[in-house]
Design a binder for this molecule. Structure first.
Ligand SMILES: [Mg+2]
Ligand SMILES: [Zn+2]
Length: 364
């Protein structure tokens, strides 16, 4: 076979694999991973040889692109070699899963050609047995339907065999394609978000002449103490936390856009929030962003792949509730000392952020 022939054959085999792949098995794996993401679970990659390198690459992609906390069990070379020396090669993955306190929110993800047997890659077999015993889900991308992974994983993506001679290179090519396909698919799926108003919702309103106002400088920013835990818990449930706030005092000359940006940065650093949007306008500007208009919600949803109909808006003003309704979100009105008599048509009412969390957690 000359060079050109070899190249063409390799390509045609690769194309044949992509034609024959069982798409349902990929969907099934993604469903398991979406569940892991929504309950704040973690993905642990295990593989030997090429699979170890692919696991390292994939754990980068899962963390960075898919937003799923992830660890590759062959990345810590000190620990890996210590375990291999002291406890034997078979223990290297299982012992690390124990150290990470693997639980039923987590996933063990195997990249392997054979998928393990009692004689070859026994460390993978041991890890799968341990994961199943702990109630974690097991996903594999393998090239052998008779291996331990294919027979025991909750979702297994099998590389179709097109040429036995190229089984290993094709399977390992395909593992990287699956990594990229899965993380980009997960990143593109519509997310659920909780959109928070800022002043009087996440930070205390500044009372001026008896009326609620906003911080005009950083020193006046005081977050509610429960905000961090509530937003962390929401994030662990798979929600994006996004802040959207009217800041008409910019237009009115009481604070600058620069100071407002500083306050936004501070909030981004103190709370698990992915975006802070503000409208610097006043009524006379007739902009599309000033609440009760829903411009900020629509723009943010488009940018962050948010499904508004499965999202929530939380605020202490009728303007927040109105914007939320226009965008098709569920609305939660926060009752504060200064707004108790406000009329509002919100879906829910809460007395503090902890109650907001309970409402969202229990919403069916
Ligand atoms: Mg407010
Ligand atoms: Zn505006």
């Amino acid at each position: 076979m000359d060079k050109k022939e070899f190249i063409k054959k390799y390509f045609s085999e690769t194309a044949e694999i992509l034609q024959k792949i069982d798409i349902n098995s990929i969907e099934k794996a993604v469903d398991f991973l979406m569940r892991v993401k929504s309950v704040g679970g973690r993905v642990f990659f295990a593989g030997v040889g090429g699979g170890a390198g692919t696991g390292s690459h994939a754990s980068n992609d899962f963390n960075k692109i898919a937003g799923i906390s992830s660890v590759c069990l062959s990345d810590n070379i000190s620990l890996l070699t210590a375990l291999a020396n002291d406890e034997g090669l078979e223990s290297v993955f299982t012992r690390q899963l124990q150290m990470h306190n693997l639980n039923n929110n987590d996933c063990l993800f195997i990249f392997s050609v054979g998928g393990g047997s009692e004689r070859v890659s026994a460390n993978l077999v041991s890890a799968i047995k341990y994961a199943k015993g702990r109630g974690a889900c097991v996903i594999g991308v393998v090239g052998d339907e008779t291996g331990y992974t294919a027979r025991n994983a909750d979702a297994c993506i099998l590389t179709p065999l097109v040429n036995i001679k190229n089984k290993t290179p094709h399977t390992e090519d395909f593992q990287l394609i699956m990594d990229h396909l899965i993380v980009n698919l997960i990143a593109s799926l519509p997310k659920r978000a909780v959109f928070f108003d800022r002043d009087g919702t996440l930070n205390k309103a500044v009372i001026r002449k008896g009326a609620p106002s906003c911080p005009w400088k950083m020193e006046e920013l005081e977050l509610f103490p429960e905000a961090h835990k509530v937003l962390s818990d929401l994030k662990n449930m798979g929600f994006e936390n996004i802040v959207f706030t009217n800041q008409p005092d910019i237009k009115r000359g009481f604070l600058t856009e620069e100071e407002t940006r500083k306050i936004s940065k501070k909030i981004l650093s103190e709370l698990p929030v992915s975006e802070v949007r503000f409208c610097p306008h006043d009524d006379s500007d007739n902009c599309a962003c000033r609440k009760p208009k829903a411009g900020m919600l629509f723009d943010s949803a488009e940018k962050n792949f948010v499904d508004l109909s499965r999202s929530f808006v939380v605020g202490d003003s009728w303007r927040d509730m109105e914007a939320g309704k226009t965008a098709g979100c569920k609305t939660i009105f926060l009752r504060r000392d200064y707004n108790g008599s406000f009329q509002n048509g919100s879906d829910f009412t809460a007395n503090n952020l902890n109650e907001v969390f309970e409402i969202i957690k229990n919403f069916k």
